[in-house]
Design a protein around this ligand. Structure first.
Ligand code: DX5
Ligand code: ZN
Length: 214
């Protein structure tokens, strides 16, 4: 299982400590949630913080933009060292163009779906995608309850990926813990984002290891 701990639940009063933990852990990526207070009802952090994270973190950055008009910031995201740039399906009128621009900038292209958006909306773009990020909570906050209907969406997306010959990785974000993580693995997920489950654990390193070895 690919594990991508979410920085949103880290201790912003001592980011170094948490980033050192991530560096020393079995985490594959670091998930970064950028929010604008428009696309989602919350504001997180922006590029100056990402620049710092880029310097201190040795894991590839999996950037999740919960913002309107994400195409305006492709160069900024690239400059922050992102390996994967995730944009919301619901935020892009010209999704094909945005995906091509992300790839032309040298990043992997991920498209994120809100819980109410069906996976069939991605049928025509799937062969162009490196990753699909399925939200298993309504985006905007950490620590929410997992929406169980996501399991069926993972299965459906897995079938669609096979049908379209896509190589996209299936990542799931929101309410992931050892129990929901195991269910997601069974359903066909390749990658898990986890905020609270990792950073609020007594041993975050162990929590990462548990998800890694589900
Ligand atoms: C929610 C964010 C998530 C969040 C997950 O809008 O996209 O990445 O950090 O947090 P948990 O794992 O605590 O649900
Ligand atoms: Zn996220």
């Amino acid at each position: 299982m690919i594990v991508s701990p979410s920085l949103l639940s880290a201790d912003f009063g001592n980011l170094n400590k948490d980033l050192e933990m991530i560096n020393a852990s079995e985490a594959d990526w670091l998930h970064i949630d950028v929010m604008d207070g428009v696309f989602v009802p919350n504001i997180s952090f922006g590029f100056p913080v990402l620049k710092y994270v880029q310097k201190a973190c040795r894991k590839p950055l999996d950037v999740h933009l919960m913002i309107v008009e994400p195409q305006k910031f492709i160069n900024e995201v690239k400059d922050c060292g992102a390996e994967i740039m995730n944009v919301h399906y619901e935020a892009c009128t010209h999704l094909n163009r945005v995906v091509q621009q992300i790839k032309a900038a040298g990043m992997k292209a991920g498209v994120t779906l809100n819980p109410a958006t069906p996976v069939c909306m991605l049928r025509d773009i799937l062969p162009d995608l490196d990753l699909v990020l399925l939200m298993s909570v309504n985006p905007g906050f950490g620590g929410q309850k997992f929406i169980s209907g996501t399991l069926r969406k993972v299965q459906e997306l897995r079938r669609l990926i096979e049908e379209t010959g896509s190589h996209a990785v299936i990542e799931v974000d929101g309410g992931v813990n050892a129990e929901t993580g195991r269910q997601l693995k069974e359903a066909g997920a390749d990658a898990l984002v986890a905020g609270n489950y990792v950073f609020k654990a007594e041993s975050p390193m162990k929590a990462i290891s548990t998800l890694k070895n589900l």
